[in-house]
Design a protein around this ligand. Structure first.
Ligand code: GDP
Ligand code: IMO
Ligand code: MG
Length: 407
């Protein structure tokens, strides 16, 4: 039976989406990204080999799976080209299975420059990939879309108007050097082969696959608390990272999402600025960062670490209609004497329930019954608190270090 599944993050990103999407891609027809851009960094580990994907869906390592970049994604052609070439070098084929929506809005070099100079003043701690400025132009209806390559004269015209506008912003608002219009046009046109090879009517593809009862997987980027509407505004990214983004970012109605797997780490991390109720500044925080290798997969920045926040998690389950929870990085808690979870906020401070840690390792465990009792108690408490079953537990970065349970 076909089943369409959405996999997304319930925290501030880096929950392990890449690993889980890859691990669940076996019997899937297509994996589709619906928002974000190359601000994402999704790590997959198979047979000791690590791959970090930024724009390309995490199904790409499975040779026969289609990969789709939907209209809701903002597209840097330079980043895309680099990522494709790197993967091709490892023997991965893109022929007839990689499709990019003609509706994707392009990230230009001027977007990147604006993002970087602005972030020095506004201190959101963005990834500096031009994401915010590119989405601004999309909403303002002046963006360049991937399908605009169809008419090169018109594309040139649109590009020169937009880059001139960006240069005025750079010059007048930030006292920064403009980027020559011709150089931007030359750079964009040098990627025309990507349009020739991969541009498609991706909504039409999805329409056909749905009618043929093929199973589709929707891959979120970032996380619920970084959502432009539902997140910790203004310390958010500029896209709809929550379940609603699937419909707008791919042109598929919500009734075609059969299952929503929400991913949470067994603790919490955040990269960049903004509020973080359960952030730790003590030895426990340092130990989480060290054991969890908590450095950004895109920018290499250290991730801030803290305990799991069940108040926020419960809300995220509601926001996304989560049907199944996936708990990742449980193994990182191995060896902690005590583990806390936030169950309430009082006077702007987290209220914690404290659990005994465990001596037996959860690392690499693949059967639920083989987990140590204290880890099972931790899992049960989370399930009861947020009212949703944890049907997947991740016990290491590798594809096979995964426990699956019946819904
Ligand atoms: P994503 O952005 O949600 O795909 O997550 P990232 O790839 O940015 O960050 C997750 C990091 O944790 C990566 O380095 C993964 O290899 C790693 N990881 C994923 N699941 C587990 C797990 O269960 N245990 C451990 N120890 N590492 C994991
Ligand atoms: P994945 O998909 C973690 C954060 C940035 C910054 C804010 C805005 O790997 O989980 P942006 O460049 O998007 O305008 O930055 O969002 N951010 C992420 N944090 N994981 C990500 O992606 C992120 N993508 C953006 O650190 O705080
Ligand atoms: Mg990441």
């Amino acid at each position: 039976m076909s089943e369409n599944t959405l996999i997304l993050g319930l925290q501030w990103g880096d929950e392990g989406k890449g690993k889980i999407v890859d691990a669940l891609s076996n019997d899937i027809h297509a994996v589709c990204r619906f928002q974000g851009g190359h601000n994402a960094g999704h790590t997959i580990k198979v047979n000791g080999e690590q791959t970090v994907l930024h724009l390309i869906p995490s199904g790409i390592l499975h040779p026969n799976i289609n990969c789709v970049i939907g209209n809701g994604v903002v597209l840097s052609l330079e980043a895309l080209s680099k990522e494709i070439n790197k993967l091709k070098d490892t023997g991965i084929s893109f022929n007839n299975r990689f499709h990019i929506s003609s509706g994707c809005c392009l990230i230009l070099p001027t977007h990147i420059r604006i993002d970087q100079v602005r972030d020095k003043k506004e201190s959101i701690g963005t990834t500096g990939r031009g994401i915010g400025p590119a989405y601004e132009d999309k909403i303002a209806r002046r963006a360049i879309r991937f399908g605009d390559f169809e008419n090169e004269d018109l594309l040139n015209d649109k590009l020169s108007k937009l880059v001139n506008y960006h240069n005025k912003v750079l010059d007048r608002m930030y006292d920064e050097e403009p980027i020559p219009v011709d150089s931007v046009i030359d750079e964009i046109l040098s990627f025309k082969h990507l349009y020739d090879d991969y541009c498609n009517d991706t909504q039409d593809l999805l329409f056909n696959w749905v009618n043929e009862k093929k199973s589709i997987l929707f891959e979120g980027a970032q996380g619920t608390l970084l959502d432009i509407d539902q997140g910790t505004y203004p310390f958010v990214t500029s896209s709809s990272t929550t379940a609603g983004g699937v419909s707008t970012g791919l042109g598929i109605g919500p009734k075609y999402i059969d299952k929503v797997i929400g991913i949470t780490k067994a603790y919490t991390t955040r990269v960049g600025e903004g509020p973080f109720m359960t952030e730790l500044f003590d030895e426990d925080g340092k130990m989480l960062a060290k054991k969890g290798h908590e450095f950004g997969a895109t920018t290499g920045r250290p991730r801030r670490c803290g305990w799991l926040d069940l108040v926020a998690l419960k809300k995220a389950v509601f926001t996304n209609s989560v049907t199944d929870l996936c708990l990742t990085k449980l193994d990182v808690l191995d060896g902690f004497k005590n583990i806390s979870v936030c169950v309430d906020y009082k006077n702007n401070e987290p209220v914690y329930k404290i659990f005994d840690g465990w001596d037996d390792k959860t690392e690499g465990v693949t059967e639920y019954d083989d987990l140590t009792d204290n880890a099972k108690s931790y899992i049960n408490f989370i399930e009861n608190f947020v009212g949703c079953n944890i049907t997947i537990v991740s016990t290491g970065p590798s594809r096979d270090q995964t426990i699956t349970r019946e819904s």
